[in-house]
Ligand binder design. Structure first.
Ligand SMILES: O=C(O)CCC(=O)C(=O)O
Ligand SMILES: [Fe+2]
Length: 374
């Protein structure tokens, strides 16, 4: 069965990456700031091996049989919103998925497969453009929004084998048009449309989750607030000749309320469950819905925010689009009414701007959820 050498990610207080890995990263000859000025895609194009800070895994510990597939349930959202008797059964499956995997594959979400394909295609076309074109949207090393790599992490933390474009997409006044690509020509229109479509899905999913817990249907929508944010992250994972040594994204749980992930047809995303990494199967019609820490807090720990990571491979690059749905800035969140039992058992505190705290910890390779636990 699955033997996981590094179980640190299970404990919120412990470093996600092993001590050995950090030691490796500390002997780096080049600072991360300098390394991050060159994109992973460029390194691959020029046949460069990953510099030390990208090597965050121990080859020996990763040479196992191919990891098992995650049996994450597929939930038909169109069944849930229909008046038929299937709805109750589907709600039961939804609850069970979120209590065990913290995630489900949403189908029947109302977004056509052709639109999902267009989104994947435009993401691919963006990254396949010459570096000069993408550099028009480049971010500074400490900034979040824009094209490039995540902000420089804490000294000694590994770097991700990926390039990404990160954009604030909702509310509209949060948008920063200077980071919105003009090429491919359809990029802005598609992202605009995608945002509107995702907002519809958010309403359906948020209500379904509340109904599955027998609590007031709008309670999550209200808890997130009218100015809850949507941020889109286009991930491009280049091929790697050293898939056993690098990670596309290091182990983490999302700081969002919850996250939508559109995968392409290349596997790579893994979730951690019972000490074991499971590969999330690809399903071109499905949108993967993954709980973030803030839904774990709001459900008083009933829904789980799963630790996940992305592997790379030597044969094909991989693309994904993650859309993070996060409570309105400055809004206090905590376990919602109806999920605190009669004895008043509250496991999580009320918190504001958890996302910011989460990010500070993420940059150190730590989880922040323990700060919300009583
Ligand atoms: O690429 C993926 O499938 C997951 C990406 C992810 O975990 C993230 O962007 O937070
Ligand atoms: Fe994530």
């Amino acid at each position: 069965m699955c033997k996981l050498k590094n179980t640190a990610a299970l404990s919120p207080k412990i470093l996600i990456d092993s001590i050995e890995n950090q030691k490796m990263a500390q002997v780096t000859p080049l600072k991360a700031e300098i390394l991050l000025a060159t994109r992973v895609q460029e390194m691959v194009l020029h046949g460069k091996d990953p510099p030390q800070p990208y090597k965050c895994r121990e080859a020996e510990s990763t040479k196992t049989d191919s990891p098992p597939l995650a049996e994450i349930p597929t939930i038909d959202l169109s069944q849930i919103s229909s008046p038929h008797s299937h709805a109750q059964a589907e709600l039961g499956r939804l609850k069970s998925a979120l209590c065990s995997w913290g995630s489900f594959q949403a189908v029947g979400h109302g977004i056509s497969s052709s639109f999902l394909n267009e989104m994947r295609q435009v993401a691919r076309e963006f990254f396949e453009q010459p570096m000069e074109e993408k550099a028009r949207y480049a971010k500074g090393v400490t900034e979040m929004e824009g094209y490039g790599a995540d902000p420089v992490p804490e000294e000694g933390q590994p770097l991700d084998w990926q390039d990404r474009l990160f954009l604030d997409v909702y509310p509209h006044d949060k948008r920063n048009p200077k980071f919105w690509p003009e090429k491919p020509a359809s990029f802005r229109r598609l992202l605009e449309e995608c945002t509107e479509k995702m907002r519809v899905v958010i309403e359906v999913v948020s209500k379904a989750m509340a109904n599955s817990l027998n609590i007031e249907e709008n309670c999550f929508l209200n808890a997130f607030g009218e100015r809850a944010t949507l941020q889109a992250r286009f991930n491009y994972y280049s091929r790697s000749q050293f898939p056993d040594l690098v990670l596309g994204i290091k182990s983490h749980a999302d700081g969002s309320g919850y996250t939508f992930i559109l995968q392409d047809d290349v596997e790579g995303l893994q979730v951690l469950k019972n000490d074991c990494w499971y590969t999330v199967p690809v399903n071109p019609q499905a949108i993967l819905v993954l709980m973030g820490d803030q839904m774990e807090i709001m459900t008083n720990g009933i829904f789980k925010s799963p630790v996940h990571r992305v592997l790379t491979n030597s044969e094909r690059e991989r693309i994904s689009i993650a859309v993070f749905y996060t409570p309105e800035p400055g809004k206090e969140i905590g376990p919602v009414d109806g999920l605190v039992d009669e004895d008043g058992n509250v496991l999580y505190k009320k918190m504001k701007d958890y996302g910011t705290i989460h990010w500070d910890y993420y940059q150190k390779g730590l989880r922040a959820i323990h700060l919300a636990q009583i």
